[in-house]
Ligand binder design. Structure first.
Ligand code: THU
Length: 135
C-alpha cells in the first residue's frame, strides 16, 4: 500500500465511528502526524441539525485538543460514500486552512477505491488571512 492507501484505511476506520442517524451519510477523516501517529475524526450529528460537526473538523479539533498543531501534520484524508471522491464543505475548508499546513496534501476518497490528491491551498484560494482595519 502507498501512503495514500494507508491513510485511506485510517479514514475508513474513523468513518465507522460516525454518528449520522439523521443524514445516514457517514464521513471519516484522518491526519497523519510527523511522529507516525494518526488522529481520527468522524461526523457527529445532532437532532438540532445545525449543531452537526463534520468529520474534518472533529479530526482537526481533536488534534488541537491533544496538544498538536498544524506543523505536526504530514498528510490529511477525508472519505465518504460518494460517486466521485468526496469534496469537503466550505466551513471545513476554512478550518483546514487554519489547522493544516498551507501546502499539506489532502487525500479525498470514496468507498469505491477512488481518490484524488489536492494541495490544501488549492481547496480554498484567496483566503481570509488576517484582520486588518483600513480607516
Ligand atoms: N459532512 C462531513 O462530515 N464532511 C463533509 O465534508 C461534508 C458533510 C457530514 C455532515 C453531516 O453529518 C453529513 O455529512 C451530511 O451533510
Amino acid at each position: 500500500m502507498n501512503k495514500y492507501e494507508l491513510i485511506i484505511e485510517k479514514a475508513k476506520e474513523a468513518r465507522s465511528h460516525a454518528y449520522a442517524p439523521y443524514s445516514n451519510f457517514q464521513v471519516g477523516a484522518a491526519a497523519l502526524l510527523k511522529d507516525g501517529s494518526y488522529v481520527l475524526g468522524c461526523n457527529v450529528e445532532n437532532i438540532s441539525y445545525g449543531l452537526t460537526n463534520c468529520a474534518e473538523r472533529t479530526c482537526l479539533f481533536s488534534l488541537v485538543a491533544q496538544g498538536y498543531d498544524s506543523k505536526d501534520v504530514e498528510l490529511f484524508c477525508i472519505i465518504g460514500s460518494t460517486k466521485a471522491p468526496i469534496s469537503p464543505c466550505g466551513a471545513c475548508r476554512q478550518v483546514m486552512n487554519e489547522l493544516l499546513p498551507r501546502d499539506c496534501e489532502v487525500v479525498l476518497a470514496n468507498m469505491l477505491g477512488e481518490y484524488k490528491v489536492f494541495n490544501n491551498s488549492d481547496l480554498l484560494p484567496y483566503t481570509f488571512e488576517e484582520i486588518e482595519h483600513v480607516e
